[in-house]
Design a protein around this ligand. Structure first.
Ligand code: CUA
Length: 187
């Protein structure tokens, strides 16, 4: 190797090193900006994932119209429950779900802040007017679970109770065959 060749390879090595150093700095800065954006964005939102509704119109159209409330068996075997809270009741007042099934609860409020708490489980979420609350749940045992409103929502708060009825998975599937939205109201 002549001294000229050696000089050139040192130059090439330095150039490649600078290029990779630049790329590394760009990646680090990019990740820092991403983390900052995610942190600030989340901090300014009432919940990590935000879906909004118009409380004055939920009964007229969209996901939370009365005919769409209750439990529905999805094509993948999971269950989605849609409910609303209003002074001073839940609709449906009695939610029916199958045991041993992943369930997604989607709920909102028609007026003021309410809460859904299912006794004996870790299901506990606020229902804030204008926002959709989503919570995943799964019940291993069949039976009745009390579901009180757990946010003070004015003078009728103490009387605002719902119920969750967990039934056998096969029974639920049979009832779901008829289509529509299931609830245990009237049973
Ligand atoms: Cu609704 Cu308290």
């Amino acid at each position: 190797m002549s001294s000229e060749d050696a000089h050139r390879s040192v130059e090439i090595a330095a150039r490649v090193e600078r290029r990779w150093a630049t790329i590394a700095v760009i990646i680090v800065v990019g990740m820092a900006l991403l983390a900052a954006f995610a942190g600030i964005h989340r901090a300014t939102m009432p919940q990590p994932r935000v879906e909004i509704t118009d409380p004055s119109r939920i009964h007229l159209s969209g996901e939370f119209v009365e005919s769409n409330l209750g439990s529905v068996l999805e094509a993948n075997g999971n269950v989605t429950v849609r409910a609303i809270g209003q002074q001073y009741s839940f609709t449906p007042a009695c939610i029916v779900v199958p045991a041993d099934t992943p369930i997604t609860l989607r709920a909102t409020s028609a007026d003021v802040v309410h809460g859904i708490l299912i006794q004996g489980t870790n299901v506990n979420t606020m229902l804030v007017p204008g926002y959709v609350s989503e919570q995943l749940m799964r019940f291993t045992r069949t039976g009745d679970y009390l579901m009180p409103c757990q946010e003070f929502c004015s003078f009728g708060h103490e009387g605002m109770w719902g119920k969750v009825k967990v039934i056998d998975k096969t029974d639920f599937a049979n009832r779901a065959k008829a289509g529509g939205r299931l609830s245990c109201v009237g049973q």
